[in-house]
Design a protein around this ligand. Structure first.
Ligand SMILES: NC(=O)c1ccc[n+]([C@@H]2O[C@H](COP(=O)([O-])OP(=O)(O)OC[C@H]3O[C@@H](n4cnc5c(N)ncnc54)[C@H](OP(=O)(O)O)[C@@H]3O)[C@@H](O)[C@H]2O)c1
Length: 290
């Protein structure tokens, strides 16, 4: 029988690859989106348009309890890549409360599996963003629904910030020796759906096929651009100072920087998967106006 899978965060970088992967594997896809028009346009950084990939559109606001109450009716599985990255909302309202409302709907409607995309090391990072995610992970783990919790490090989409600095001629790193294995959305989506369809509950740290130091990431960007390597090291205290100052004007931005700087100061390496390489990705985007 064809499985029906609900995807939250379907218009995001990762969510689009998840919808495409589910469609490729023959699932009926119900996609939660705020704007169908935006969903049909191509997504950022090679993530696909949802044209022809979605069987059932759920258009609305995930923060509206009436919209979410029966969103999981008739659904076998849920995959959530719903979370605040650059959006204006408070992460507590989306990463925690909206995901929890979807979970409650899934429980009421007898959904079998709930796959959630969290973040690697999230339970140790002091940012409010990751605390909201960790709170939802705790709710999910104590739910009666079988869950697959996936903890990735940074996506290729976020590594474009390194490419952007390299395009400007110099990359700034904090701890050049700290390691990360960034992952392409298509590779992560395939891993998530493998875990979902295997049906075993659990939690997995997963990243791309190659681990880099931050120094190595910067060198990779310069190599893709065929430009001389110019890297400067920033002292960690500068990040703390920037967070304190930013916190006065924009606590939300300060929290994002707190999250990003934590990732730059701690190894974020998961089980390697996939075959997309960062160098090829950077080469494809070397001429982009990032
Ligand atoms: N990017 C990374 O490097 C990275 C690394 C590890 C974990 N993660 C986590 O993985 C998940 C997906 O990341 P991503 O890079 O694909 O993020 P993304 O492109 O920003 O997508 C996030 C999704 O959540 C939705 N969303 C956010 N705020 C919303 C709001 N206020 N109301 C309704 N929908 C909202 C977005 O809808 P719209 O398209 O309508 O805005 C989008 O569908 C996130 O939970 C993120 O924290 C990301």
């Amino acid at each position: 029988m064809t499985a029906t899978t609900l995807v939250a965060g379907a218009t995001g970088y990762l969510g689009r690859f998840i919808v495409a992967e589910l469609h490729r594997r023959g699932h009926n896809v119900r996609a939660i989106v705020r704007s169908r028009e935006r969903a049909l346009a191509p997504g950022p950084w090679e993530s696909p348009s949802l044209e022809g990939l979605v069987d059932d559109w759920a258009v609305g606001a995930v923060s509206n309890p009436d919209f979410v109450a029966d969103i999981a009716e008739g659904v076998d599985n849920v995959v959530s890549a719903l979370g605040v990255t650059k959006q204006a909302a408070d992460p507590w309202d989306i990463d925690h409360k909206a995901n929890l409302a979807i979970l409650r709907s899934a429980e009421r409607h007898g959904v079998g599996q709930f796959c959630y995309i969290n973040v690697i090391g999230g339970d140790q990072c002091p940012a409010q963003l990751t605390q909201a995610k960790t709170a939802f992970v705790n709710d999910l783990r104590s739910s009666s629904i079988s869950s697959q919790i996936i903890n990735p490090p940074g996506y290729f989409s976020d590594m474009t910030e390194i490419l952007k600095m390299a395009q400007k001629g110099r990359v700034y790193v904090v701890r050049p020796d700290v390691r990360i294995n960034p992952i392409h959305g298509a590779d992560l989506a395939a891993y998530c759906i493998d875990r979902l369809t295997a049906g075993e509950p659990g939690m997995w740290d997963v990243g791309g096929p190659e681990a880099f130091t931050w120094q190595g990431l910067a060198e990779c960007a310069f190599r893709a651009l065929d430009r001389p390597v110019k890297i400067s090291k920033l002292p960690p205290w500068l990040l703390s100072a920037a967070i304190s100052v930013l916190n006065v004007f924009s606590p939300k931005k300060a929290d994002t920087v707190r999250f990003v700087s934590w990732s730059m100061l701690h190894d974020c390496v998961g089980e390697p998967t996939g075959n997309h390489t960062l160098l090829d990705f950077f080469k494809r985007h070397a001429e982009d106006n990032i």
